[in-house]
Design a binder for this molecule. Structure first.
Ligand SMILES: NC(=O)c1ccc[n+]([C@@H]2O[C@H](COP(=O)([O-])OP(=O)(O)OC[C@H]3O[C@@H](n4cnc5c(N)ncnc54)[C@H](O)[C@@H]3O)[C@@H](O)[C@H]2O)c1
Length: 464
């Protein structure tokens, strides 16, 4: 029996940014039961705003290293947080130092080209590290060693071995380390976690996460700044632990396309999907196995990473499929498949839908029975199930959205600074970040080795 009855119940006003079209599309996927939906707007714990004046003793002074695409957002968002003050910024490209000054709008804040100046500065409590991935380990080790707490961008590590050095640095130096996968602070994903942990959709046996892009910027083909040269960039330092090579403006600008500095799609994009579902599913270890397939189909511009990759992961109690393409624009979602329904979280959790299922037949299951036998059974079945002919069960879905001005980056930074202030563990410490990063490395290992990647927990390495 197939019919869909739409019922839009508002418990709080439906906000402008809700995609009713998405909702309708999802509703249309129900095929065998009547469907009603209830909507709730989630509430975030308030962050005091505008900034309250904080006494100097209660003010966290941070320094930012790397004021590029991500650093700009982190700097601008941090400047608006109460009780937080920027004490210094650093970048090894002059254009980005100019940009830092533009954002900070305070000539007394030093903007350096050497990150060591920030680590030596005793006034600085915390470091935000928004540098390319091949620099993460060194900065976390050095900064925690210098007594600073660190917010380090995702993915935590560039290699498996580096990840364990970072965990060790966090523990040995007893510092707050938070990895910058902001989805870990999303109230949408927190709602999905609550529902999954309550058993609202039964046992979750499969997770699917996907997104797609279809434009040069999305495929990391960023425009090269016209003044980029060895005179404006400290190229030797930028290379850091990567193989030495002459100045290369393409590599500096589009480092995500090269394995020497990034981890391609897994490190750049899977990491967000993995963070979301590791959090929801309570994952506390890397996956057991991973198998990837993909290819470089379109962006053949000299890059050495694929532009499409799909990975099947095996976790002890569920399986996951993550697939990302840079060749088709597709909405981003994470879907949790349970024995009693599914939950779908869009983007960073701005929109979450729970569609329960009872896991039962909604009509007699009598394939290829002769008509009289079928009819007799159907009549009995309807009576037993308290239904009349033509009547179906009503399933009530629940949708949730975040408030219009909700911003996961701001929430994630706020959580970091609260950990710095209270010394309570970070929401996404180096152990959490390491498990997620290892899953990214496993995806790449399987892709490049053309074999299944197995996590050897005892040896702390990936093997075939
Ligand atoms: N959480 C997110 O949503 C998100 C989004 C984008 C990027 N990221 C992450 O943020 C990090 C930075 O990415 P991006 O896109 O901003 O890169 P980017 O290349 O635009 O900016 C990095 C900046 O760091 C500077 N830099 C590099 N090494 C340095 C060093 N040793 N000392 C001082 N400055 C140094 C570079 O000059 C550059 O300006 C990456 O790890 C990336 O994965 C996270």
């Amino acid at each position: 029996m197939t019919f869909v009855k739409m019922l839009w119940l508002k418990e709080t006003p439906v906000t402008q940014n809700l995609s009713r079209r998405d909702f309708m599309r999802n509703a249309a996927t129900f095929s065998s039961a009547a469907f009603a939906a209830r909507h709730l707007t989630l509430e975030a714990d308030p962050i005091p705003s505008p900034p309250r004046p904080a006494p100097p003793s209660d003010t966290i002074r941070f320094g930012i290293i790397g004021v590029g695409m991500r650093g700009v957002d982190l700097l601008a968002a941090s400047l608006k947080l109460p009780g937080v003050q920027c004490a210094a910024a650093c970048d090894l490209y002059s254009g980005r130092r100019e940009l830092a000054k533009e954002i900070i709008e305070n000539a007394s804040v030093p903007v350096a080209s050497r990150y060591q100046d920030l680590l030596d500065n005793k006034e600085i409590d915390a470091i935000i590290a928004a540098v390319p991935d091949h620099w993460h380990m060194q900065l976390v080790v050095e900064a925690t060693g210098a007594g600073k707490d660190v917010y380090c961008e995702k993915p935590m590590s560039h290699t498996v071995a580096e990840g364990f050095k970072m965990v060790e640095a966090q523990e040995k130096n007893n510092r707050i380390v938070q990895i910058g996968s902001q989805r870990r602070s999303s109230i949408g994903f927190a709602k999905a976690r609550e529902l999954v942990q309550q058993g609202a959709i039964g046992e979750v046996t499969l997770v699917e996460a996907t997104l797609g892009r279809n434009d040069p910027c999305g495929a990391w083909v960023y425009t090269i700044p016209p003044d980029l040269s060895p005179q404006t960039v400290d190229w030797e330092t930028w290379l850091g632990p990567a193989p030495k090579r002459p100045f290369d403006a393409v590599r500096w600008t589009r480092w995500r396309c090269f394995q020497d500095y990034g981890e391609g799609i897994p490190g750049d994009l899977f990491v967000h999907e993995l963070t979301g579902f590791h959090y929801v599913m309570g994952v506390q270890a890397p996956p057991l196995r991973a198998m990837s397939t993909g290819g470089l189909f379109r962006w053949k511009d000299g890059r050495d990473v694929p532009d499409q990759i799909s990975t099947l992961y095996e976790y002890p109690n569920f399986r996951a499929l993550v697939h990302v393409t840079l060749n088709t624009d597709m909405p981003e979602f994470t879907r949790f498949y349970g024995t009693r329904g599914y939950i779908e979280a869009h983007g960073e959790g701005e929109w979450v839908m729970m569609a329960p299922q009872d896991g039962l037949d909604h009509e007699p299951c009598t394939p290829a029975w002769p008509k009289p036998m079928k009819k007799e059974y159907a009549e009995k079945w309807l009576v037993e199930h308290g239904l009349k002919p033509g009547q179906g069960k009503v399933i009530e879905a629940q949708t949730y959205s975040t408030p219009p001005d909700y911003d996961t980056t701001r929430e994630h930074l706020w959580n970091f600074f609260q950990s710095v202030r209270t010394r309570q563990p970070s929401v996404e410490d180096a152990n959490f970040g390491n498990n997620t990063a290892i899953a990214c490395h496993m995806a790449n290992y399987s892709y490049f080795h053309k074999s299944i990647a197995i996590w050897d927990a005892k040896a702390r390495r990936i093997k075939t």
